[in-house]
Design a protein around this ligand. Structure first.
Ligand code: PEP
Ligand code: MG
Length: 359
């Protein structure tokens, strides 16, 4: 037994005594969840379900869905994905025991799942028995100049409700199975990229409709929550309205920073290092929250949300959730939890305790 581990354990236990913030993890696989729990994670704050679609047969079914000619074709492909998703969620719920698990519905634009090189498109066309030019056209039609601001997040689910329907079915079926095995879990279903309350309402209707149907089929009842990412500035500014339709908010500070600063999270690495020489931002705003700007959006949102719904659960799940200064800021707003990558959990526990003691 390494003595350093004892010291580590001691400091962690001490931190846990003082901190007010819960510490969750971002994880989408049972082994990540196990690792996070061993570091002290108290739940999953963000499961990015898109990561579940890249393996062998899954990516084929995903591509079949995207390239299908009509809704029947899409549903057929989604039926192939359903058992995989159900096993994914079952595995995650089991790994987390009775701890809360937040599952985010599919977020990225669909072309992220497609190949773009000629050779790969040729192979894809051959696999699905379609003419090369049809597949090429389809892929070209999905092209967007600003995909981060395009057809993604809840927009995707609103225009193609069969996608969230499959995911919600998988979530509720997995929860029903666990219930039959004696484990009561409360899945938290999270809607990405919401900008208006109407978007959340439409998506919630899909979620409730499917959940009701699955529970009737399974002759079982599962309690679940429906909440939203707050990552579009408009959502932050209208949080009072949005709170009426949400059980929880999770601040997606990666997108909120990107959209709030009008600065691409994927490209800013090119110029931010030189930009820093001008003393414009104190820190890289994608690593440590821009508290004067984006922080105020969150502050306003948390206040409005809790005024309308005092029991609204609030958390943060962007990369910033593992940054000590941002954690101190989250503590000052009395958020309920921060969610970060598994390896950042010990630092987050310590930072949350420090924030509580310094307050
Ligand atoms: C975010 O935008 O902060 C977020 C957590 O979602 P993603 O990074 O997957 O866009
Ligand atoms: Mg996001």
């Amino acid at each position: 037994e390494a003595p350093t581990w004892n010291i580590f354990d001691h400091i962690m236990r001490w931190s846990d005594k003082y901190r007010k913030l819960k510490i969750r993890t971002n994880a989408d696989q049972p082994d990540q969840a196990d690792l996070a729990v061993s570091f002290g994670a108290e739940g999953i704050g963000l499961c990015r379900t898109e990561h579940m679609f890249f393996g062998g047969e899954r990516i084929d079914a995903m591509r079949e869905m995207i390239l299908a000619d009509d809704i029947e074709g899409r549903k057929k492909a989604l039926d192939k994905l359903l058992p995989y998703q159900r096993d994914d969620f079952y595995g995650l719920f089991r790994a987390m025991g009775s701890r809360p698990v937040t599952i985010r519905l599919l977020d990225p634009p669909l072309h992220e799942f497609l190949p773009h090189g000629d050779k790969e498109i040729e192979a894809l066309a051959a696999k699905f028995g379609k003419p090369y030019h049809d597949v090429r056209n389809r892929i070209d039609n999905l092209h967007e100049f600003n995909p981060m601001l395009g057809l993604r997040g809840c927009r995707l689910g609103i225009l193609h409700p069969e996608i969230p329907a499959m995911q919600v079915r998988a979530i509720i079926e997995a929860a029903c199975r666990l219930k039959k095995e004696g484990h009561d879990i409360i899945p938290e279903i999270m809607v990405p990229l919401v900008g208006t309350v109407r978007e959340l309402e439409i998506t919630s209707e899909i979620i409730h409709r499917v959940a009701r149907r699955v529970m009737a089929e399974q002759e079982s009842g599962v309690t679940y929550l429906v909440g939203t990412m707050i990552e579009v500035p408009r959502a932050a500014m209208t949080s009072g309205d949005i709170a009426k339709a949400a059980d929880f908010f999770s601040y997606g500070t990666n997108d909120l920073t990107q959209m709030g600063l009008g600065m691409s999270r994927d490209d800013s690495g090119q110029f931010l290092p030189s930009y820093q020489n001008y003393d414009i931002y104190q820190h890289n705003p994608f690593e440590s929250l821009d508290q004067d700007g984006i922080g105020r959006l969150i502050q306003l949102s948390a206040k409005e949300g809790r005024t309308v719904k005092p029991e609204l659960k609030l958390g943060i799940c962007g990369e910033h959730g593992g940054d000590p200064d941002t954690i101190a800021f989250c503590h000052s707003l009395s958020l309920n939890y921060v969610s970060c990558s598994p390896f950042r959990i010990p630092i987050a526990r310590l930072a949350a305790a420090r924030a509580a003691l310094m307050a």
